[in-house]
Ligand binder design. Structure first.
Ligand code: HEM
Length: 544
C-alpha cells in the first residue's frame, strides 16, 4: 500500500493538495454533513485562487482533481461527458435520466431532449409561473409585519416544486395539486439521504449500503415519488390514445394548438417517433427535470431575496424597473416583459455568480487531458468548482466578492464565459436555463411589485445539501410595499429607516369614513390592534 500510495501521489506532484493523511488521504475531512462539505469547497477554492493552480483532494488513494480556471474548465467540460461513480447513487431515483446517465445513454438522449425547453415552450409555461407566483405572494402577505421566518421551507420549496411538477407532468390540467405533504417530505428526504451517502465513503459500496436503514428509507421515499409520476403518465397516455381515436390532434375547443405543452407530452410525442425512448426512460427524464429544476430555482430565489433584503438600494432599483414595466398594475407577467427586466436579470446573474445553487460538478476523464498548467491521466475524477469560479479575483477583478449587479449591465460581458459556472459549461451543461430565468423573473416581479424584503445576510453560514443553502433559513422579513402615490400622501406616515414614531398620532379614516386617531407605539411601527387596523385600511383603500 505504501509503495502504491507513493506512486499514485507522485502522478500529481507539484499540484497543491489538501494535506493528506497516510493511506486515507482527506477522507476524514469529508466525513460529516453539508457544512463540512461547504467548508472544504471554500478552502479548496481559496487554495486554487491563491496559487493560480488546480488542487488535489484525496479520497484514500483516489485523486480528485479540482479546478475553476476558465481555460481548464473549457477543456474538461468539452472533452469529458462521463460522470464519476458518485452520480450513480442518484440512479435509484433518477434512473438513466440526463443528470445521472452514463455517457453512452446521455449521448443518445441529449439529441432528442436538448431542444425541449425552447423559448416558445417556456413561454407556454408562463401561465403556471404566474399562478404560482400569485399564490406565493398571497402567502407572503400573511407574514407582513411578523418576525423573520423560514421562507424556503414554508413557501419557496412548495412554489417551485408545484410549478415544476405542473409543467413537467402537465398536472395543472388533471388535478389541483400533486404536491401533497407526503410527496414533499419524500422528495426532501431523498435529497438528504443522497447527500449523506455522498459524504460517507463507508457507504459507497452498494453491498454495504443495501444493509443500512438509509437504503430502506430511500427506497420507500422513491416509491412515493415514482408512484405519482407513474400515475400521471398512465392517465396522460390514456388521454392521448382517446384523443387519437377521436382523430382530433388539435385543441378540441377552437382547433388551435394549445400553447402549454408539458414536458411529459413532448417526450410522449418523441417516443411515438422513436421507440427507443421507452416508458421507463421517459419516467427517469421527468423525475430528473423535477429534481434539476426544483431545488436550484428555490435556492436562487432565496439567495436573491437575502441579498436584496440587506441592500435597499438594489431592491429599490428592481422595484423602479418593475414600475416602469407594469406601472400600478398587478397583471400577470407576459413574455415581452421578461426581456425588459434587464436589471432583474443582472441581479439574478450576480446572485448565481456568488451563490451558485450547484456549487460544484464532476466529470470523469476517459482520456489523458492536457490542461493549462499540467497533464491529467485518463481515469481521473475532475471536480469543477462553480463556487470558486464565481469568486475568483483573477476572473472578476479585485471586487469579486462584492455583490454588484451593475457589472452585468456593461456592453461587454464581464469575466470569462467559462468563469461563470452556475449552469455549468460545455457539454452536459444545464438544459433548463431559459426555463429557470423565466420562472425566476416571474416570481421576483410578483414579489417585488407588492412586497419589500428585509434580511440579515452578514456572515451567512452555509451548507451543501445537494444545493447550496444558508444554515439559518429564518432570515427574511416581509413588509407591504408602499408605492409612490401613498408615500407622497399627506396622511401617510412612513415608518422606515429607524425613525422613532413613538407617541405620533396618525389620523386615518376607518371603513365607515370616520377619521380615527391612532397612537403609534413600538419604536418603528405601530403594533397590536392599531397595526392590524392600519393594514386593513391600507388593503381596503390604497389612497387612505
Ligand atoms: C437557477 C436554476 C438552475 C441552475 C443553477 C442549474 C444548474 C445546473 C448545473 C450546474 C447542471 C450541471 C449538473 C452536472 O453536471 O452535474 C445542470 C444540469 C441540468 N439541469 Fe439545471 N439548473 C437550473 C435549473 C434547471 C431547470 C429549471 C431545469 C429543468 C426544467 C434544469 C434541468 C437540468 C438538466 C436536465 C440537467 C442535466 C443536463 C445534462 O446532463 O445534459 N435545470 N443544471
Amino acid at each position: 500500500l505504501w509503495s502504491y500510495e507513493r506512486r499514485v501521489r507522485s502522478v500529481f506532484k507539484g499540484i497543491p493538495t489538501l494535506p493528506p493523511l497516510p493511506i486515507i488521504g482527506n477522507i476524514h475531512q469529508v466525513l460529516g454533513d453539508g457544512r463540512v462539505l461547504f467548508r472544504l469547497l471554500k478552502s479548496v477554492a481559496e487554495i486554487c485562487d491563491t496559487n493560480n493552480s488546480p488542487c488535489i483532494a484525496w479520497l484514500g488513494l483516489y485523486p480528485i482533481f479540482i479546478t475553476h480556471d476558465p481555460e481548464d474548465v473549457k477543456v474538461i467540460t468539452n472533452s469529458c461527458v462521463e460522470k464519476p461513480f458518485l452520480y450513480n447513487f442518484g440512479r435509484v431515483w433518477l434512473g438513466h435520466g440526463l443528470v445521472t446517465a452514463p455517457a453512452a445513454v446521455w449521448k443518445h438522449n441529449i439529441k432528442k431532449l436538448s431542444g425541449t425547453f425552447t423559448s416558445s415552450v417556456v413561454d407556454g409555461y408562463l401561465g403556471v409561473f404566474n399562478a404560482q407566483a400569485e399564490k406565493l405572494v398571497a402567502g407572503l402577505k400573511t407574514e407582513v409585519g411578523k418576525e423573520p421566518f423560514d421562507i424556503i421551507n414554508k413557501y419557496l420549496a412548495y412554489t417551485t416544486l408545484e410549478a415544476i411538477c405542473q409543467t413537467a407532468l402537465g398536472v395543472s390540467k388533471i388535478s389541483e395539486s400533486i404536491v401533497t405533504s407526503e410527496y414533499y417530505e419524500a422528495f426532501n428526504r431523498c435529497l438528504e439521504l443522497l447527500t449523506a451517502r455522498g459524504l460517507n465513503v463507508f457507504l459507497y459500496p452498494d453491498v454495504i449500503y443495501r444493509l443500512t436503514p438509509a437504503h430502506r428509507e430511500i427506497k420507500r421515499c422513491v416509491a412515493i415519488i415514482h408512484n405519482v409520476s407513474e400515475t400521471v403518465m398512465k392517465k396522460r397516455k390514456l388521454e392521448r390514445e382517446e384523443k387519437k381515436k377521436r382523430n382530433k390532434t388539435k385543441n378540441e375547443n377552437n382547433g388551435e394548438e394549445p400553447r402549454f405543452k408539458a414536458f411529459l407530452d413532448i417526450l410522449m410525442e418523441l417516443s411515438e417517433l422513436d421507440p427507443s425512448l421507452t416508458e421507463q426512460q421517459i419516467k427517469s427524464e421527468v423525475d430528473t427535470i423535477i429534481v434539476g429544476g426544483q431545488e436550484t430555482v428555490a435556492s436562487t430565489i432565496l439567495f436573491t431575496l437575502l441579498m436584496i433584503g440587506c441592500k435597499p438600494g438594489i431592491q429599490n432599483k428592481m422595484y423602479d424597473e418593475m414600475r416602469r414595466i407594469f406601472g400600478d398594475s398587478k397583471r400577470p407577467v407576459r413574455k415581452e416583459d421578461l426581456s425588459e427586466m434587464k436589471y432583474c436579470e443582472a441581479v439574478i446573474y450576480e446572485t448565481l455568480r456568488l451563490y451558485p445553487p450547484v456549487p460544484g460538478v464532476m466529470r470523469y476523464s476517459d482520456r489523458d487531458l492536457q490542461l493549462k498548467s499540467c497533464k491529467i491521466p485518463k481515469g481521473t475524477v475532475c471536480g469543477i468548482s462553480g463556487w470558486g469560479a464565481g469568486r475568483s479575483t483573477r476572473t472578476w477583478g479585485p471586487d469579486a466578492a462584492l455583490y454588484r449587479p451593475e457589472r452585468w449591465l456593461s456592453d461587454t460581458p464581464p469575466g470569462n464565459p467559462a468563469g461563470f459556472l452556475a449552469f455549468s459549461y460545455g457539454r452536459r451543461a444545464c438544459i433548463g436555463k431559459k426555463y429557470a430565468m423565466a420562472i425566476l423573473k416571474t416570481i421576483l416581479a410578483h414579489c417585488l411589485r407588492e412586497l419589500e424584503f428585509v434580511s440579515q445576510a452578514d456572515n451567512m453560514q452555509m451548507k451543501i445539501d445537494i444545493a447550496l443553502r444558508p444554515i439559518s433559513g429564518h432570515l427574511i422579513q416581509v413588509r407591504q410595499r408602499i408605492d409612490d402615490k401613498m408615500k407622497n400622501h399627506p396622511n401617510t406616515v412612513l415608518h422606515s429607516g429607524g425613525v422613532d414614531i413613538r407617541g405620533l398620532l396618525l389620523r386615518v379614516p376607518d371603513i365607515h369614513g370616520v377619521v380615527r386617531v391612532l397612537p403609534m407605539c413600538g419604536d418603528r411601527r405601530p403594533v397590536g390592534r392599531h397595526h392590524y387596523l392600519l393594514t386593513r385600511l391600507l388593503q381596503r383603500d390604497r389612497n387612505c
